[in-house]
Design a protein around this ligand. Structure first.
Ligand code: SOE
Length: 388
């Protein structure tokens, strides 16, 4: 049977644009049965920048007007990885045109916007996906399987951190990620969003939260040009206000009785992408650290007393998710593979005519917790997620 194809139009071409492009490019080599994405058109506002990305990433053409990408009859899937403030408008227009949508996280700037995106996507009957890529690390899939099989018993604690350090220099420029009207929030929407999704995936729904937040450096040099995480472009001289959080911490109570703690910061000197969780259950514990993403640390109370302790499982054997598509056991995977697995899920969902997971519903659930924490910070109180 001939493998199906789908034309992709991608809006955005920086860090995530490169990561998504790489996923579309490699997918068919390792997952030949999945629908083959055709990299038709990449879109960005800066003509020179997007042209360069087109050539470097391997797209057939480039465009500066996203509406033309949506209108292209050969495009069946719109991939949105531009800054968060444009997600909503593009996603809704794509859905109305009957195109499937793969949108980066956080889904929107606010819960109201995220709900509108979900509503429109459902009305249009398209497939929709949100980019919580860390779910797709085989070690995280293993954690989910062990929990589902009851191997660590009743979950008592979920303890998660996403620590970065790219803002420790107070001369780092005021990039779009530090502007509320473009990014929605700072470390909260960028990093806690991943932790919240991980908590939903592994533990379940969150009932109530209480949080605290800080912006340590309140003004930064305006960049010469918009840049992503790169410090290049600092113009020197004029400063502007940082309007998002540098760090946001919160506590949570899960519907199943478990307790959670979450910490997101861009000020953890020495921590580059320390996305970690530890889960303690009545029969054991699990620990994951993205910087060692092929490993899951496991502890089982049922082990003989004289050998009890955490042990390291390398999630690269045929028993582990996605492993057979890749290399022989022990040949490890990297960040980019989480994005390839994400796209595999999207392609399988399209061919099986079901919604991919995580989809806009998961994006809305995440946004609900994000907004509940912001309300808690503003009003200095516990907030029930259902209030929103
Ligand atoms: C920057 O803080 C960032 O690239 C996030 O935007 C990503 O979602 C996360 O995966 C890594 O850090």
């Amino acid at each position: 049977m001939a493998v199906e194809k789908i034309g992709v139009g991608m809006i955005g071409y920086k860090f995530m644009g490169k990561a998504h492009s790489h996923a579309y490019k490699d997918l068919s080599m390792f997952f030949p049965q999945a629908i083959h994405p055709q990299m038709l058109v990449i879109c960005g506002r800066d003509e020179t920048g997007v042209k360069q990305a087109q050539e470097q990433f391997g797209w057939q053409s480039c465009e500066t007007d996203w509406r033309k990408v949506i209108a292209n009859p050969d495009v069946g899937l719109i991939d949105i990885n531009a800054p968060s403030n444009v997600h909503k408008e593009i996603a809704i227009e794509a859905a109305r045109a009957g195109k499937h949508v793969f949108c980066e996280k956080p889904l929107a700037l606010t819960l109201a916007d995220a709900r509108e995106m979900l509503r429109e996507a459902q009305q249009a009957g398209i497939k929709h996906m949100v980019g919580f890529n860390y779910r797709f690390a085989p070690a995280v899939q293993l954690a989910r399987k062990l929990i589902a099989e009851g191997r660590i018993g009743t979950i008592r604690h979920f303890r998660a951190q996403f620590l970065q350090d790219w803002l420790t220099d107070d001369q780092f420029p005021l990039v779009w990620r530090l502007q509320k009207e473009v990014a929605g929030s700072g470390s909260h929407g960028d990093l806690n969003a991943h932790l919240i999704d991980m908590a939903h995936f592994l533990v379940g729904g969150i009932e109530e939260v209480v949080g605290m937040s800080e912006t340590f450096v309140k003004e930064r040099p305006k960049p010469a040009a918009m840049s992503g995480l790169s410090a290049a472009g600092a113009a020197g001289g004029e400063k502007g206000e940082v309007t998002v959080d540098d760090a946001t911490l919160f506590l949570a109570r899960f519907a199943n009785g478990a307790l959670g703690s979450f910490e997101a910061t861009r000020f953890a000197a020495g921590r580059r992408c320390a996305n970690t969780f530890e889960i303690n259950g009545s029969l054991g514990s699990l620990r994951f650290d993205f910087e060692r993403m092929n490993e899951l640390e496991v502890y089982f109370t049922s082990d003989e007393e004289d050998v009890q302790g955490f042990r390291r499982v390398l999630a690269t054997d045929p028993a582990h998710a996605y492993a057979e598509a890749w290399w022989p056991p022990g040949h490890t995977l990297g960040y980019e593979h989480t994005l390839i697995h994400e796209v595999v899920e999207l392609m399988e969902a399209i061919s099986e005519n079901r919604q991919p997971v995580p989809n806009f519903e998961d994006g809305v659930k995440c946004q609900q917790v994000l907004d509940a924490v912001e309300l808690s910070v503003a009003e200095r109180r516990w907030v029930k997620v259902q209030e929103l």
